[in-house]
Design a protein around this ligand. Structure first.
Ligand code: FE2
Length: 342
């Protein structure tokens, strides 16, 4: 398993919180602990000024919060995202890394299969991805920094965040429509695979090919994802069709309905492309990650006809732009961009 920088060990009943994700929260929403010796020790109390806490924290330090306080912290983190993304004292890469870590922290519970998808959790998810969307739409520097920051873990939530970010960036590049249209791509991209929480682990993680009944179960994630969202919200949101259609393919070979061409909404097609690309360029239990070049080759040649030529060309043009930008980055940042563009 690859290293997951924002997931560090914690004692039972506690969860880790990297100090850097707290930087734009002014008042502590819950008690903060550190892990010294056999059990966690109280480090700062709820209501304390976080600036002072952070000032005396060592660089790279991780705190703990009690799991029962998790919702309080996630709410404060989601609310702090716009300030992180707009913080001009941080470089675009620092802002991106912090925002990515915050998004991962806020979103993890809804991708945890043990948790039912609840209304408040989903609204918090909307709040976090909308903040990222609105900044990515306006801030050119943040776009490439965010793409460079994307982490290629096996974890479901990193694939979800990556799909949303690629979706936002491609929708913006193609001038898909008003900001609401891009918000739908972002929300739909983030939540496209939420139905996989309903797919048994033995099927989801099977290292060999699925048999026909297992495939049927796997394909069910599309409908169950759509239904989970509608149930949690109490209405059908404007991005629900993206979840329902993200495996439809232009040549009619997709599922669940086998729709073709313009029968599939443009934003669903767009999410279908970036979902496939991020999946191919991420390591899976049954194969290594493809380079961006290899992934695009597979999508253009092996999967010929499945994606709209026009959309795929736009995506390739977009990634080519990142490749050019990579020349101007330092080594650490370049690794991230080249992973995407080369
Ligand atoms: Fe999917």
């Amino acid at each position: 398993m690859l290293a997951q920088p924002f997931i560090t060990p914690a004692p039972p009943g506690y969860e880790p919180v990297p100090a850097r994700v707290l930087t734009e929260i002014s008042t502590l929403p819950c008690d903060l602990y550190i892990w010294r010796g056999p059990r966690p020790v109280l480090y700062a109390m709820k209501g304390g000024e976080l600036r002072k806490v952070i000032a005396r924290a060592q660089r790279g330090m991780s705190f703990l919060v009690r799991e029962i306080d998790s919702d309080l912290l996630r709410g404060a983190l989601a609310a702090s995202l716009p300030r992180v993304l707009a913080n001009q004292h941080m470089t675009p890469i620092e802002r991106s890394k912090t925002a990515y870590s915050i998004a991962a922290k806020v979103l993890t519970p809804i991708f945890t299969r043990e948790n039912p998808l609840d209304h408040d959790g989903l609204l918090l998810t909307h709040q976090a991805i909308d903040a990222i969307t609105l900044h990515l739409v306006e801030d050119d520097e943040l776009v490439w920094a965010m793409v460079a920051t994307m982490q290629k873990h096996l974890a479901t939530h990193t694939h979800a965040i990556n799909t949303a970010v690629y979706g936002i960036v491609l929708a913006r590049f193609m001038q898909l429509g008003p900001p609401e249209a891009i918000l739908d791509v972002a929300r739909g991209g983030l939540l496209h695979d939420i139905g996989k929480n309903r797919v048994p682990r033995v099927v989801l993680d099977k290292p060999s090919a699925l048999d026909s009944s297992e495939w049927q179960v796997m394909r069910g994630h599309v409908k169950s994802g759509h239904d989970m969202i509608v149930r949690a919200l109490g209405y059908r949101p404007s991005y629900a069709h993206i979840i329902a259609e993200h495996h439809e393919r232009c040549d009619g070979s997709g599922y669940p309905a086998g729709r073709a061409g313009s029968g599939i909404a443009l934003d669903s097609q767009l999410v279908g492309i970036v979902d496939a690309f991020d999946a191919l360029t991420s390591r899976r239990s049954y194969r290594t990650a493809l380079s961006a070049f290899e992934a695009l080759h597979v999508m253009r040649v092996t999967m010929r006809g499945q994606f709209s030529d026009e959309l795929l060309k736009e995506f390739i043009r977009l990634l080519g732009g990142f490749n050019a930008l990579a020349d101007g980055l330092d080594d650490g940042d370049q690794a991230g961009v080249m992973r995407v563009a080369g």
